[in-house]
Design a protein around this ligand. Structure first.
Ligand SMILES: [Zn+2]
Length: 233
């Protein structure tokens, strides 16, 4: 198989294959390039496929679908750990963090566009437990979110927020810190058009308990005020 990053030819040998546990008894094998160390192919149920092929589905699905099948878990892995982490490399200065694998209690949603997986988000449901601290999430919380770079600035971020608010109508929604620059832009736009949610979106630290939540609309207004003051000085 040929590496799509550096064109190096790879044979499938154990020395470059790692087995990844995706939870709920799903595993995937990953072949990494011996030259650039990026993923060349993934194997799930025996056949080897490029990460791009894994993201293509012959069902022509359109819209948001909750991850339920083992194959969907592999799609999510390809998006979060290969596309985002290796190929489109998060920018730390834009507050883009590396994602952990979702916990079994997380709700994982993938956006499909004519059978192509182009993004995903994960929700920590209200009440879910963090075993390390024994704390429970105070509200439904958006923990990780990603849209493939070729599909950015086309309204998918807005569709993500619309999907979240329609899944939990009228509920408070948390957004885990750090919130990326691009997510702040989407939040600003969403709240400008949806006044009902201005007192329901929270930037949260940890599980968002008391003292660890800040109203997002307030933070946006505060930034605007600061900009104005700087401008007038
Ligand atoms: Zn390579």
């Amino acid at each position: 198989m040929q590496c799509s990053r550096c064109s190096h030819l790879m044979s499938i040998s154990d020395e470059h294959v790692a087995e990844m546990d995706l939870g709920q008894s799903v595993t995937v094998k990953q072949l990494n390039c011996s030259s650039c160390d990026k993923c060349v192919a993934l194997s799930f149920s025996d056949a080897w496929n490029t990460p791009e092929d894994i993201l293509t589905d012959d069902t022509e699905r359109n819209g948001w679908f909750e991850v339920s099948s083992p194959r969907d878990r592999v799609v999510c892995y390809a998006l979060s750990q290969i596309m985002y982490r290796q190929f489109e490399v998060p920018e730390e200065e834009r507050e883009e963090a590396i994602f952990d694998q979702p916990d079994p209690t997380d709700i994982v949603m993938i956006f499909w566009l004519k059978g192509q997986a182009i993004g995903f988000y994960t929700i920590k449901p209200k009440g879910s437990l963090v075993e390390r601290t024994m704390e429970h999430y105070a509200m439904h919380t958006l923990d990780t979110a990603y849209v493939r770079s070729v599909k950015r600035r086309q309204g998918y971020g807005m569709r993500m927020l619309q999907n979240i608010t329609s899944s939990y109508p009228g509920n408070d929604i948390g957004f885990s810190k750090p919130i990326s620059f691009s997510m702040w832009k989407v939040l600003r736009k969403y709240l400008q058009h949806n006044a009902d949610y201005r007192n329901k979106f929270w930037e949260i630290e940890g599980t968002g308990g008391e003292g660890n939540q800040k109203l997002i609309w307030y933070a946006i207004k505060f930034q605007d005020k600061k900009k104005k003051t700087l401008h007038n000085e």
